[in-house]
Design a binder for this molecule. Structure first.
Ligand code: SAH
Length: 348
């Protein structure tokens, strides 16, 4: 924590609506970002390897109940081609994300990781949902470096209401799973959506304290964006009764800035959801208010529109080359260099 910021300031900043004061927060976060993780922006190539999902998360457009959605699962060689593309573009990391898809067989994923590690110098990040400790251990043993699993909200009641258990299983505990992921030696990422209907400022304060307590290596934060095929079809909007957190760009940036102050060394992406809510400036606002990572999408064009976790996702109609050019243009405007190498979590 810096001299100009303490944990006691969190509720005040989350409730702040004064543009002049917010400029001060952006400055604090940007200064801390530069001091702790430098000016580089690490680029992680994102490949959405499957949109099959057995979960029925009420927020997510690819939930199992969305029967109108055409499902796909990428082939081993198609994913390797994306990995080569990531190397050609100069990225240091490949992120493989998917719905929770048991047909992504654990050994198949392990072989894929091994092939990527053999053929490229890329760091490999997985974001495949809640998988068993044995599977997570197998993937780590085969070379996976990082795992991303957002806990979405630390408010237990809200979490349970939006993330129902599978069949008759007990409610999942993503926070416990994150601790297992850490114990397996992964660089560990988590995060939240901002503005889930029912989310309060108080609960976001607890989310921020939990990021710090878990000593996360990566923290991803994006606005909640309502999807017509999900159970929650409205956006969070201010509500006097429960002090609803708004799902706005400003609120998302406040949470990103506070995350930088709470977790100064973490890698924090400027997310696609932020670029979706503000298509012209979302990415650059994230990068000047605490973030130091971008995740350009490398998913082949025939699949990217189908990985529709929320509507009109930024970049869903462009090509990998198009996403690459957009991110480089943003960095050039901000005078920030692309990071070299895998861009591991820094420890100062
Ligand atoms: N199956 C994986 C990946 C899910 S998609 C998993 O569950 O971890 C990655 C992230 O997208 C989710 O963790 C969630 O935070 C975000 N997301 C999903 N639906 C969203 C929506 N409607 N609006 C904004 N973000 C959403």
């Amino acid at each position: 924590m810096t001299d100009d910021f303490t944990q006691a300031d969190l509720p005040g900043w989350l409730r702040c609506n004064d543009p002049n004061k917010l400029e001060k927060l952006w400055e604090l976060a940007d200064r801390e970002r530069e001091r702790r993780v430098g000016n580089w922006v690490h680029l992680r190539g994102l490949v959405e390897i499957s949109n099959h999902c057995i979960r029925s998360c009420h927020y997510c457009g690819i939930n199992t109940a969305n029967s109108a959605l055409k499902r796909y699962r990428m082939q081993h060689d198609e994913i390797l081609a994306c990995a080569r593309q990531a190397v050609d573009f100069g990225y240091g990391t490949l992120v493989m994300q998917a719905g929770e898809d048991p047909d992504l067989d654990a050994q198949w994923v392990a072989d894929l990781i091994r092939a990527i590690k053999r053929l490229t110098p890329l760091a490999v990040t997985l974001s495949l949902g809640e998988r068993t400790p044995a599977e997570l251990k197998l993937w780590r043993a085969n070379g996976a470096d990082r795992y991303l699993l957002r806990f979405e909200t630390s408010d237990r009641e809200l979490y349970t209401s939006i993330h129902p258990p599978r069949n008759n299983q007990t409610v999942s505990d993503r926070i416990a799973l994150l601790r297992i992921i850490q114990s397996l030696g992964y660089e560990t990422g988590s995060g939240i959506m901002v503005g889930i209907p029912g989310q309060t400022c108080q609960s976001v304060v607890r989310d921020l304290l939990l990021f710090h307590e878990l000593d996360l290596d990566m923290v991803g934060i994006g606005p909640y964006l309502a999807h017509p095929a999900s159970r929650i079809t409205r956006n969070g909007c201010p509500d006097a009764d429960i002090e609803q957190v708004p799902a706005t760009e400003q609120m998302t940036c406040i949470v990103i800035a506070l995350t930088r102050l709470m977790c100064p060394e973490a890698n924090i992406p400027s997310t696609s959801a932020l670029a979706t809510i503000n298509s012209t400036q979302g990415h650059s606002h994230g990068l000047t208010r605490g973030a130091n990572v971008c995740m350009p999408c490398l998913t082949p064009v025939q699949y990217r529109g189908l990985y529709e976790i929320y509507p009109d996702k930024a970049g869903s109609k462009t090509t990998p080359g198009g996403s690459h050019r957009t991110v480089l243009e943003t960095l050039a405007t901000l005078n920030r260099p692309p990071g070299l190498g895998p861009g591991n979590r820094s420890r100062t």
